[in-house]
Unconditional design. Structure first.
Length: 387
């Protein structure tokens, strides 16, 4: 296992530093953080999903010139399981990026490299069955084709039969979704009034009797408060979630105060740094609004809370939820296309195409391979530390 580079605090210290910084911004749930730490030890793919703060701090140094590129309002924490479905204002089933918690102005290459890295790691753990170079090529082709077309949202009711088949397959058993949601513990303490008001305001009727549960979900945001209001409405169940938002972990990327000292001292320095950059800004609403997409009318940012509808047809799609028979190349190509849909909200196709044309044939595969090796190394170091 390679040793940490000089000035690199290592994954354990980087994790402690990030969580101390985050705890100064929002109240964290210790039991959920411990669950997150256990999940990080399970395999390198969940480790990647859970540690965007580490990626944000190291990716530029690892990929070198691949990080020198036009800046866009990027997803940041993009990976092959950050895609899902929702219903637009017309009730049509839409597919696309599911989570923008880490949205931040970044070189557009960040999202492409992270998406390709996640694909390589997923292939290594047999979650995707495709040649690694073919996988990266599919992502790059989809991105390039979307730039040529000026982007286009994925409306599954009319086109994309292979993607529609993948998305609809998991909708055949809605009871499983509701059973899992109902299985979460009821919140015993008082729900913050601002959260309860936001949840009630998002339901189809304001005076519905609700049960509020604490939902344990995700990996990158695991540990943050999540409140879900579940109610019966006209013959069926409905649910709305409020999730605490925080600034992107990019706030703590290189240029931030060096590590060291007590957690309180690290937090104090981080707060001063973030404030000097205007680093408390949350870009969730802006990136959703600007991207080429059919927005979910039930998604809204209310102060420091993200409020959204939860339903079997409105959630993230995990790789293990996909049918065994699937078109891996088409799925990854669609992910590349959707990445361009997001980037076209803040950059011109001409600027992005021009930069791509100046890169070598294998730049994305080479950069993703380096990052995959770095993630694997960090994962092994974490398992040694956590064990």
């Amino acid at each position: 296992m390679p040793r940490a580079k000089r000035g690199d605090p290592g994954i354990a210290e980087a994790t402690a530093r990030y969580e101390a910084w985050l705890a100064a911004r929002i109240p964290l749930i210790r039991a959920d953080l411990e669950h997150k730490h256990r999940s990080m030890s399970a395999a390198s793919f969940p480790f990647l999903r859970a540690t965007f703060y580490r990626w944000a701090a190291t990716w530029r140094a690892t990929v070198g010139d691949a990080a020198i590129a036009p800046v866009v309002l990027a997803v940041g924490d993009l990976h092959v399981e950050n895609f899902g479905t929702w219903r637009d204002a017309e009730g049509r089933l839409i597919w696309g990026v599911n989570d923008f918690d880490e949205a931040w102005p970044l070189p557009y290459t960040n999202d492409l490299i992270r998406l390709a890295t996640s694909a390589l790691i997923a292939i290594g753990h047999h979650d995707l069955a495709i040649d690694p170079k073919d996988a990266v090529r599919a992502i790059a082709d989809g991105y390039r084709e979307a730039l040529e077309a000026g982007g286009r949202a994925f409306v599954l009711a009319e086109e994309h039969p292979e993607l529609r088949e993948l998305a609809v397959d998991r909708l055949h058993d809605p009871e499983r979704f509701w059973d899992k949601l109902e299985g979460f513990a009821t919140v015993k303490t008082n729900v913050p009034p601002v959260v309860l008001a936001a949840l009630r305001g998002a339901l189809p009727e304001r005076d519905l009797k609700v049960r509020v549960v604490h939902r344990i979900a995700g990996l990158g945001s695991l540990g943050r408060p999540r409140f879900v209001a579940i109610a019966q409405w006209r013959g069926g169940r409905v649910a709305r979630e409020a999730k605490a938002l925080a600034p992107s972990a990019c706030t703590l990327a290189p240029g931030a105060p060096p590590p060291g000292g007590s957690p309180r001292e690290m937090v104090r320095r981080a707060v001063r740094w973030a404030t000097s950059l205007g680093g408390w800004k949350i870009y969730y609403q802006e990136i959703v609004h600007r991207s080429v997409r059919c927005p979910d009318p039930c998604v809204a940012v209310r102060g420091a809370w993200l409020v959204r509808r939860l339903a079997p047809d409105c959630s993230r799609i995990a790789l293990n939820a996909l049918p065994k028979k699937r078109h891996e190349a088409q799925l990854l190509e669609a992910m590349g296309w959707e990445t361009a849909n997001v980037h076209l909200g803040s950059a011109t196709a001409r600027a992005l195409r021009g930069d791509l044309q100046g890169r070598g044939k294998h730049w994305l595969y080479d950069a993703a391979s380096r990052m995959a090796d770095a993630v694997e190394s960090d994962w092994h170091a974490w398992c040694t530390t956590a064990g």
